[in-house]
Write a protein that binds this ligand. Sequence first.
Ligand SMILES: [Zn+2]
Length: 293
Amino acid sequence: MARTHFRESLSNRTVILGDGAMGTMLQSVGLVQGQAPEEWNVEQPEKVLAVHRAYIEAGSNAIQTNSFGGNRLRLALHGWEQRSAEVNRHAAEIARKAAGEAVFVGGSVGPTGSVLEPYGDLSFDEAKDAFVEQVLALAEGGVDYFIIETMSDLEELRAALEAVRENTDLPAMCTMTFDTHLHTMMGISPEQAVSRLTELGADLIGANCGNGPEEIEAVIQKMRSIQPDALFATQANAGIPHLEGGRTVYGASPQRMAEYALRMKALGVKYIGACCGNTPAHVRAMAEALQSD
Ligand SMILES: [Zn+2]
């Protein structure tokens, strides 16, 4: 069964190919700006399912649930805070339905959107409670591992990782976004991140989102210089985002993402996926490049 198999797959040399963007894809089929993508796990599940299927068909052997903003603190922006457990359970069930037992399902856990004390108002315990609710629902829905991603604060990341550790026995991949001069928005360097995440026992460590493949590559090189034996994970955006008529646009072609996948493999990255702006065409190019390498 897929569930035990994910941890086993971490100990062999095979690269795991993740998927591409979810939000970008849902917007292309009618999700409006300002609407929470997670609402569609309940209201338009067939559209979420279709995105997962497109990535699997493109060659992903791991997909991630449509639950990035599914913690109750973030859902509160959309008036959905009471429905966190429901949207996360559905997210996992939809992904599991697409994946069957042949493809891994990662439960996506993104930031709360609030800043933790002492810089902001949110306490560690409030953040952790919200993550516990999300993690339990994703586990109930059948995920194989967790993807704690796009984090900029190590304490918030710890809250999410403890939620996983204390409530499930599933592996956790932890990635931060180093989009501010190779630091996170909260000033964390790749070296600090990899040291702390190793200490906290993250199963996979790395970077996602941000300013495209080159930034991610620089981050992994820095992480590797401190922890050469860590298992690394990367999910790069399709290039540097820019605004075009009020919409965020990403310019990297499938070919550029294929080159990114090969560079990550050469760096020894275990889990290679893609973040905002990437489509099944990008993932297909990555899959073909990795296969013929
Ligand atoms: Zn992204």
